[in-house]
Design a protein around this ligand. Structure first.
Ligand SMILES: [Mg+2]
Length: 401
C-alpha cells in the first residue's frame, strides 16, 4: 500500500434521532417513524430508513411527510437523550484520535494521520471506529468516510449509508468526486448549485475540468474555491483543539441577504438558541461573537467582552447587533452566526446578571425554556417575530469544548 500523506475520517451517525428512538423502544424497530412534532407547522427532524423510500426526509413539513407516508409513526424528539448518546459517541471517537472535531451531535472529523501503527490501514481504522460506536451506544450504526482531506472524507461517509464504510485513497479522490452532482460540493446550497449549473456545469468533474480563470469571471471567488474542492484540494485541518469554550448557532441562508435589517431575525434566533443552551448548562458567557460569511466565502467575525457575563438571549442579541456596524462589506451574506465564548459557571463569577435589573427578563426566558421543553421549540414565539418567518436554510448549532 502506498503511504497516505494525510488521513482524515468523517463519521456520521445514520438517521441519528430515529435510530436512537428505535434503539430505546424495540416496538419502533423496523417501522417507518418520523421524529418531530405532529401538530402545527412542525418539520421532520429525522425520518427512519423505513420511511425514506416514500420520499420523506429531514426538514420536510410534517403535514407533507404524513401525506407521503401515512403509516409512519410520529415520535417527538428527546434532545436530552440524543445529547447523552452524543457524548457516548464522542467519547468513543476520542479513543481513536487526540484531534476530534465535532460538527454536530452525531457527526465528527477525526484526524488519523500517523495512526496506522495503532489501528492498521485506513480501512481497518474505519471498521474499528464503527465497532467502537456500536459498542458504546448499545447497537447504533455510524457511516464512516476516510480520505486525505476533510471534504472528501465527508462526501465518502455519505456515499454508502446506512452502516457504510468508504475509503477513498488520496490518489483516487478526484476520480471519486468527478461523477457526483454539483450539489455535493461542500458549501454549495440550492442557490449556488443553480448558479453553477446555469453556466453549464453539472458534475464535479466538469467543474474540475473548467478553466479556473473563467470560473472566477463567472462565479467570483467562489469559482476558484469550488475548483480546488473539485480537485480534492482542501487544506483545512481537523480542529480538535479549540481555542476557547464557546457555544454557537449559525445558519447558511438559502438566499443571500443584502440588507443589514435582514440579519436581525437570524441573530435573534441564534441568540435564543444560545441563551437556552447556556441556561441549560448553567453557564454565563463572558463574550459574544458575530460571524458573517459573504457570498464569495469571505469570513468575518467581530466580538466583544460582556461585563457582567450573561445567559440571556435578549442581551446576546442586543450586544450582537452593536457589532454589526463594525463589519465593512460590499457584498451579500450567505451565512450568519452568533457565538457565546468565555463561558463560566456562575459560582466562579461573582457579578451576575442574575441579581441585576434583568431579573424580569430572566424569568421570561426561563418560562419560555419550560414551555419549549414541554411542547417543542415551535410552541412559543416572540410577538415581534410573528409573521416574520426566518427563511429556512441548513443550520448548525455547535458546541466547542
Ligand atoms: Mg447523521
Amino acid at each position: 500500500m502506498s503511504r497516505w500523506p494525510r488521513i482524515v475520517a468523517h463519521a456520521d451517525m445514520d438517521a441519528f434521532y430515529a435510530c436512537v428512538e428505535q434503539l430505546d423502544d424495540p416496538s419502533l424497530r423496523g417501522r417507518p417513524i418520523l421524529i418531530g412534532h405532529g401538530s402545527g407547522r412542525g418539520v421532520v427532524l429525522t425520518a427512519s430508513y423505513e420511511a425514506r423510500p416514500t420520499g420523506v426526509g429531514s426538514a420536510m413539513p410534517m403535514s407533507r411527510a404524513r401525506r407521503l407516508c401515512p403509516e409512519a409513526l410520529v415520535v417527538p424528539p428527546r434532545f436530552e437523550r440524543y445529547s447523552e448518546v452524543s457524548q457516548q459517541i464522542m467519547a468513543a471517537f476520542a479513543d481513536f484520535s487526540p484531534s476530534v472535531e465535532p460538527i454536530s451531535l452525531d457527526e465528527a472529523f477525526l484526524e488519523m494521520t500517523g495512526a496506522e501503527h495503532l489501528f492498521g490501514t485506513p480501512g481497518k481504522m474505519g471498521r474499528r471506529i464503527k465497532d467502537a460506536v456500536k459498542d458504546a451506544t448499545g447497537g447504533l450504526t455510524v457511516s464512516v468516510g476516510i480520505s486525505g482531506t476533510k471534504y472528501v472524507a465527508k462526501v465518502a461517509s455519505d456515499f454508502r449509508k446506512p452502516d457504510g464504510l468508504t475509503v477513498v485513497p488520496p490518489w483516487d479522490a478526484e476520480a471519486f468526486l468527478a461523477p457526483l452532482p454539483i450539489r455535493r460540493l461542500w458549501g454549495a446550497g440550492p442557490v449556488t448549485t443553480e448558479r453553477i449549473e446555469a453556466i453549464g456545469l453539472h458534475t464535479i468533474g466538469e467543474l474540475a475540468a473548467a478553466d479556473p480563470h473563467w470560473l472566477r469571471e463567472q462565479l467570483g471567488n467562489a469559482g476558484p474555491h469550488f475548483w480546488r474542492l473539485a480537485h480534492a484540494q482542501d487544506p483545512r485541518h481537523v480542529e480538535g483543539k479549540r481555542r476557547a469554550v464557546s457555544i454557537g448557532s449559525e445558519r447558511t441562508l438559502e438566499t443571500d441577504i443584502v440588507d443589514r435589517a435582514d440579519i436581525d431575525p437570524y441573530l435573534r434566533r441564534s441568540a435564543e438558541e444560545i441563551g437556552r443552551r447556556l441556561r441549560k448548562k448553567g453557564m454565563l458567557a463572558g463574550g459574544v461573537r458575530v460571524k458573517l460569511k459573504t457570498s464569495s466565502f469571505r469570513l468575518m467575525t467581530r466580538q466583544k467582552q460582556l461585563h457582567p457575563g450573561t445567559d440571556l438571549a435578549q442581551r446576546l442579541y442586543e450586544e450582537g447587533l452593536t457589532l454589526l456596524p463594525h463589519f465593512d462589506y460590499d457584498e451579500p451574506f450567505r451565512l450568519v452566526g452568533l457565538a457565546a465564548y468565555d463561558l463560566v459557571k456562575p459560582d466562579a463569577e461573582p457579578q451576575l446578571d442574575l441579581f441585576s435589573a434583568s431579573t424580569g427578563r430572566r424569568k421570561l426566558e426561563g418560562a419560555m425554556d419550560l414551555i419549549r421543553g414541554r411542547f417543542g421549540a415551535g410552541a412559543i414565539q416572540r410577538a415581534d417575530e410573528l409573521g416574520r418567518p426566518v427563511r429556512k436554510g441548513p443550520n448548525l448549532d455547535f458546541l466547542d469544548e
